[in-house]
Design a protein around this ligand. Structure first.
Ligand SMILES: [Zn+2]
Length: 456
């Protein structure tokens, strides 16, 4: 079992929590209910690094996972996500002068972001991803796709700007992976944009559903900066995006190689003190058990009336002046979950929702008609719920609140939408690049508004 921090390489980790029997495969939904109920499940044994605040699943077994064309974690069917993506592409093109450069994306998924970036910059790109399905060359952009994992066999990367989003957290040895990229860039003056789930967000209650089997590492800002620095890059900017759910780092190839002792953090301010992260991590175990316990009780019909996790969120009760305690609990069977992504799949499994939930709505047509691994809930297209008698729609990711409400209005479904534990925040990017604080906000048109504050 691993006892070294994959981020800062510190030689010891502290036990945090065990998440029982979560489905191993989350990005591939099941074609029959039987397959779904028989899906392989394993416990996560989460440990905390006391040096950098990164969280690691020490029980991770990479042999259980395989990424191929069936894997689909595309979020591009959501307008909210597309707006975020477009704003990010615009920012990268502006700040890195991408028009004159060739772009490489490692883990390009179905290719949506790389095509958008190259179209916008008028530049060429190459994407590596074993789950890509489609033509070798994109029709709407100068982009080639290589259907494979990126690894040492690709020793000469065809570009000098590297994008790597939501890959590093899946990899058992992120330092070796980043060193491969660094070696392939050689003497070039190259830069990189790296994005992962924000380990800091996940240590808040709102992140409780984000611990999933395919992710080995939940990076803290200090941990992410440490591993990138150790791989031979200089960090030039850090920040969070998508309602604090994502953590990003920008870096450039370092001129000289350095020997960095295990457990050494990058110098400078890495978004708040590391001590706060570690302290928050140490408190997270009891908070997590409390949150899961409250939802589990409410689904089992054992919550004290008016005291369950949905109490106080009951806007319908307030509108009608009805007594909140008289509201139906979650055992009515007239409850849906919106979103068959990682958060939704994990939530349903962890809280034992069972027959209390009538189904899961998802905008991705490839997911509709399939079943949730572990629980067997059916995935529905939004149109399918038009005639259903639904009280409540549980929303694992509060960022989609407005989008979901608009869908329900259009379908004339008068259900209350209940975000799981978090207040909706903007999807904009926040962070520090070259000593000044920048804020990028998505605009409804899919562009971005740029606000710069000096000396932030
Ligand atoms: Zn660490």
């Amino acid at each position: 079992m691993r006892q070294t921090c994959p981020a800062c390489q510190a030689p010891a980790l502290e036990p945090l929590i065990v998440v029982d029997r979560t489905p191993v495969i989350i990005g591939v939904l099941c074609s029959t209910e039987e397959d779904a109920l028989g899906a392989v499940r394993r416990s996560l044994d989460l440990h905390l690094c006391g040096v950098c605040g990164t969280v690691v699943n020490v029980a991770f077994d990479p042999d259980l996972l395989e990424y191929d064309g069936h894997y689909d974690n595309s979020l591009h069917y959501s307008g909210t996500f597309r707006a975020f993506s477009a704003a990010l592409a615009r920012r990268l093109v502006d700040t890195h002068g991408l028009a004159a450069r060739s772009i490489v994306e490692i883990g390009s998924g179905k290719g949506d972001f790389l095509r958008e970036l190259c179209r916008l910059a008028g530049s060429s790109g190459t994407g590596y991803d074993p789950t890509y399905v489609g033509p070798d060359r994109a029709e709407d952009a100068d982009v080639a796709f290589i259907v494979d994992y990126y690894g040492p066999r690709y020793s000469d990367l065809p570009g000098d700007f590297v994008v790597c989003r939501h890959v590093l957290e899946h990899i058992e040895n992120p330092l070796a992976f980043l060193r491969n990229i660094r070696d392939a860039l050689g003497e070039r003056d190259a830069s990189m944009y790296l994005e992962v789930p924000n380990g800091g967000f996940m240590l808040s209650e709102a992140g409780a559903w984000d611990y999933i089997y395919p992710h080995v590492t939940y990076f803290s800002p200090a941990g992410l900066a440490a591993v990138i620095t150790a791989a031979g890059f200089d960090v030039t900017g850090t920040g969070t995006a998508f309602g604090d759910q994502f953590l990003w780092v920008e870096a450039r190839t370092a001129r000289a190689s350095r020997d960095i002792a295990p457990g050494t953090l990058a110098p400078g301010d890495v978004m708040g003190t590391v001590g706060d992260y570690v302290a928050s991590g140490r408190r997270f175990g009891s908070r997590y058990r409390d949150v899961v316990g409250r939802w589990t009780k409410e689904f089992a019909g054992e919550a004290t009336p008016g005291r369950g996790p949905t109490a106080g969120m009951d806007t319908k009760a307030r509108h009608t002046g009805a007594d909140a305690q008289a509201q139906p609990d979650l055992t009515s069977g007239r409850v849906l979950v919106w979103g068959a992504g990682a958060k939704g799949v994990n939530f349903l499994n962890v809280v034992g929702a069972g027959a209390a939930v009538a189904g899961v709505v998802d905008l991705n047509p490839n997911k509709q008609g399939t079943f949730i691994p572990g629980t067997g809930h059916r995935v529905l297209a939004p149109e399918e719920i038009a005639g259903m008698d639904i009280d409540r729609v549980l929303l694992p990711n509060a960022l989609y609140l407005d989008e979901v409400r608009a869908f329900l209005d259009k379908l004339d479904v008068r259900a209350e939408v209940i975000p799981l534990l978090t207040e909706p925040r903007g999807t904009g990017t926040r962070g520090t690049v070259g000593g000044s604080t920048d804020e990028y906000r998505s605009t409804p048109a899919g562009g971005s508004a740029h606000v710069r504050r000096q000396g932030g």
